[in-house]
Design a protein around this ligand. Sequence first.
Ligand code: HEC
Length: 156
Amino acid sequence: MKSMKWKIFATLVVGLGLAGCDGTPLVQSGDADETVVERKLDPTQVTRGKAVYEKVCLECHGIGGKGQPGDWRIRDADGHFPPPPLDDSAHAWHHPTAVLLDMIREGSPQGQGKMPAWKGKLSEQEMLDGVAYIKSLWSDEVYALWWKLEQKSLEP
Ligand code: HEC
């Protein structure tokens, strides 16, 4: 399907103003890389992941991973971060699969948030399915940017 393919052009990325966690552009201008990223999400897995998400994640991360009203970057009165959106409007896509899975397994690092640990409550397969669902919420261009980060994280 044509819309599932996306060419990354440095100009496009800069034009969208997408930046990494520390504010630096994810793709430096001059990087004329034209990698074509094809989404390889298994629709059956995404459907399973949606069911997991709706059962145990939705109450905090909202319908379609849209998060809660208000700013997810501002700590609440107890000093905890609220549940962030998991769609492409926040931070989740900055993390490779392994990091997302760790976050889901282990929950919030001490004191930083109120994300429960899912290890022992969900199977590895259910967590992987959940991550596939989260990826399905991202636009093609954000998915392509995430894919580049994923490849970098897999380099030896
Ligand atoms: C009780 C509320 C709650 C539930 C339920 C919950 N989360 Fe979270 N989640 C959070 C909070 C709060 C954070 C932010 C954590 C922090 O700042 O330490 C978070 C963070 C995350 C992150 C990291 C996002 C980022 O931008 O780095 C992922 C991924 C995530 N949750 C996935 C899930 C999945 C998948 C489920 C269901 C299996 C789930 N969460 C269920 C509250 C929740």
